[in-house]
Ligand binder design. Structure first.
Ligand SMILES: Cc1cc2nc3c(=O)[nH]c(=O)nc-3n(C[C@H](O)[C@H](O)[C@H](O)COP(=O)(O)OP(=O)(O)OC[C@H]3O[C@@H](n4cnc5c(N)ncnc54)[C@H](O)[C@@H]3O)c2cc1C
Length: 311
């Protein structure tokens, strides 16, 4: 049996082990809770995914614009349509403007899913570029973010600086391969205790050398002094060091990211992240992602499939 054949195509998002939470203003998130080794080295075992910004769409001022066309066109009725999610409305308006589809014969909001099926099928994904969403990701490793920042078109990144931030905020990320195996888990705990200790000792050593006048570690400003120490000390931090990051992208770019990374061939940790991002979108703007099918892979992780990739 091939891996594809072993996939369980039946699992709907509701049946998954994840539970998407919502803020009071209805922003979805999937938190991750830090743990500690016996001597207090902090680590996380899953990605925290928090949607922190999404479009807010208000069409009411378009009355002036729509009223400027012939009364026989009945464009003002566009504003009487039922409400739909903000990003969906924004992209639908952008698409409908292209053909001035504001008359009563246009595709109504109740048929938005069919409207976006056409957009996706025909590859007119540029209308999805109007809607930007920002997430905070944490509980993700530096090796994950190294892959994440390869996504260029439509993306913005702000990642924690290992030069500006001290060892006090250093945490680590345990891969599922380790957390599911007692021996690998124990080795992970020992390794991060060692890494944290080595980082602290090296930083102290560098600080001592800086105070005793080392040329290469010298600087005018206080923050630059700290930076000189930390930029050298970080060289001993492993790939499994946590790297919190704020990521903004438009819906077209997020779709491409999800398709590339919530994918059988993607690396396990980033696949978990991409799947959680998909769950957040599924919870907040389902129409823009309703062509995605959840797939349970043989290793127990999840992926998505779509007939409309890279719109
Ligand atoms: C399973 C997997 C394995 C990988 N293995 C490796 C590896 O071994 N080594 C490695 O270096 N990378 C690897 N990558 C990263 C991969 O090569 C891409 O850098 C990454 O997935 C981002 O994809 P992208 O360029 O399509 O996305 P984006 O940068 O977001 O671009 C989106 C789309 O915009 C268009 N585009 C963007 N920039 C340009 C441009 N400059 N010119 C023309 N068109 C453009 C393209 O159509 C592109 O697909 C891997 C990725 C995956 C998913």
């Amino acid at each position: 049996m091939t891996t594809e054949e072993k996939m369980n195509h039946a699992a709907p998002p509701e049946a998954l082990r994840y539970s998407v939470k919502f803020t009071s203003s209805n922003y979805p998130y999937l938190p991750s809770h830090p743990l500690c080794t016996e001597i207090g080295t902090p680590y996380l075992t899953s990605p925290g995914v928090h949607l922190i910004s999404k479009p807010s769409t208000d069409l009411t001022s378009l009355r002036d614009f729509l009223a400027g066309y012939g009364e026989d066109l009945h464009f003002l009725q566009y504003l009487e349509d039922e409400s739909i999610d903000d990003a969906t409305q924004l992209c639908k308006l952008a698409g409908q403007l292209c053909y001035m589809s504001f008359s009563p014969r246009r595709t109504k909001n109740s048929e938005a899913s069919r409207y976006f099926d056409n957009i996706k099928q025909s590859g007119h994904g540029s209308v999805l570029e109007h809607a930007n969403f920002s997430f905070l990701f944490y509980g993700v490793s530096r090796s994950l973010t190294h892959e994440l920042v390869r996504h260029r078109a439509g993306f913005a990144f702000s990642q924690v600086s290992q030069r500006y931030c001290s060892g006090k905020v250093v945490r680590f990320v345990e891969r599922p391969e380790y957390s599911r195996d007692p021996e690998l888990h124990s080795l992970f705990l020992q390794r991060i205790d060692r890494a944290a200790k080595e980082y602290d000792e090296l930083a102290e050593n560098l600080l001592r050398k800086q105070k005793s006048g080392s040329e290469i570690l010298s600087a005018e400003a206080k923050t630059d002094l700290r930076k000189k120490v930390q930029q050298a000390a970080r060289s001993v931090l492993p790939n499994e060091t946590e790297a919190p990051i704020v990521v903004t992208a438009n819906v077209r770019a997020w779709r491409h990211f999800i398709e590339m990374r919530a994918n059988l061939h993607a690396e396990t940790e980033i696949r978990e992240l991409a799947f959680r991002v998909y769950l957040c979108f599924n919870a907040t703007e389902p129409i823009l992602f309703d062509d995605y099918e959840t797939v349970c892979l043989p290793d127990g992780t999840y992926a998505v499939n779509t007939p409309y990739s890279k719109v």
